[in-house]
Ligand binder design. Structure first.
Ligand code: NDP
Length: 287
């Protein structure tokens, strides 16, 4: 039997509607319009597309949005001064520095991201937000893994007591995913390039999350029949062809539910960013 296909657009639409309703409630009850500032340094074409999408998404949902374009030659101090100004700007509830940064400042990425006030850190990368996630306190959570968790919940897929296996231990996907699933009482294993006999581990998973960055890495023999398979990977294998980390065609005949690529997790990320901007505005009202 073929797996249930978890269509990203269906879940993304639900998250956007939720963010739009909450943004409207903030305006009506407190006269506050949630606001996002995205800083883009340099002219990376892919980054420009991502930033435009974020701006359009804000406009569609009634979220104030500013795009700050800084030249390729921007210094670390200039970027930090901009972040400081946005930290102090009451119209702005969320600040995002689009990555990757140009080469001359890329080495200062941590220092730059840590300059964002944790309450405005809508990417959820600040160590304070990481610490809040690990200790189970409310904070801002990275958009992609947060979207995966919310999708599982909305799809009615059980998490409590289930075995979850994540392939990939990055700070932006794998590790936050571990803590989100653990917070929902899954028994979680995280795998990486040093994991021995990976297929034996992944076959234990009721929920398998692939965040590796290798095309068709997860094959059908690595998946337990009936498992839910979440494919976070985005791999460009030809100018116009994107594939995930999961061999979708083969795995869909084994899994119980699966996300496609494209059309899966990728669509959740911007929707969850909107949700994070609204959450940031709500949290700042409580300060
Ligand atoms: P990273 O490159 O930071 O991490 C990849 C992880 O995969 C590492 O932990 C690495 O292990 C592990 N890995 C690599 N090879 C193997 C192997 N042979 N066996 C087991 N584990 C392995 O990637 P990201 O987490 O940033 O991204 C992962 C994928 O998700 C990419 O395709 C990226 O494009 C995509 N992505 C998609 C997003 C979306 O919106 N849908 C958002 C963010 C990312 P080790 O640590 O040992 O090196």
């Amino acid at each position: 039997m073929s797996a249930r296909i978890l269509e990203g657009k269906v879940f993304a639409q639900a998250f956007r509607e939720d963010a739009q309703k909450k943004a409207a409630a903030l305006r009506e009850q407190y006269g506050v319009q949630p606001g996002l500032a995205v800083i883009i340094v340099g002219s990376n074409p892919a980054s420009q597309v991502y930033v435009r999408n974020k701006h359009k998404s804000c406009e569609a949902l009634g979220i104030y949005s500013e795009v700050i374009e800084m030249p390729e030659t921007t210094t670390k101090d200039e970027l930090i001064a901009k972040i400081d100004a946005l930290n102090a700007d009451s119209k702005i509830h969320g600040i995002l520095v689009q990555l990757p940064l140009p080469e001359q400042i890329a080495a200062h990425e941590s220092e730059i991201l840590e300059r964002i006030r944790p309450e405005k850190d809508v990417d959820g990368f600040h160590p304070v937000n990481v610490g809040r996630l690990v200790t189970g306190q409310p904070g801002l959570v990275p958009c992609t893994p947060f979207g995966c968790l919310r999708m599982l919940e909305l799809a009615g897929i059980p998490i409590d007591g289930q075995r979850a296996v994540i392939i990939g231990r990055s700070n932006i996907v794998g590790k936050p995913m571990l803590h989100l699933l653990l917070g929902k009482n899954a028994t979680v294993t995280i795998c990486h390039s040093h994991t021995k006999d990976l297929p034996a581990v992944t076959r234990e998973a009721d929920i398998l999350v692939a965040a590796v960055g290798r095309p068709n890495f997860v094959t059908a023999d690595m998946v337990k029949p009936g498992a839910t398979v979440i494919d976070v990977g985005i791999n460009r294998i030809a100018p116009k062809k994107l594939v995930g980390d999961v061999d979708f065609e083969a795995v869909k005949d084994v899994a119980g539910a699966i996300t496609p690529v494209p059309g899966g997790v990728g669509l959740l990320t911007v929707a969850m960013l909107m949700e994070n901007v609204v959450r940031a505005a709500e949290m700042q009202l409580q300060d």
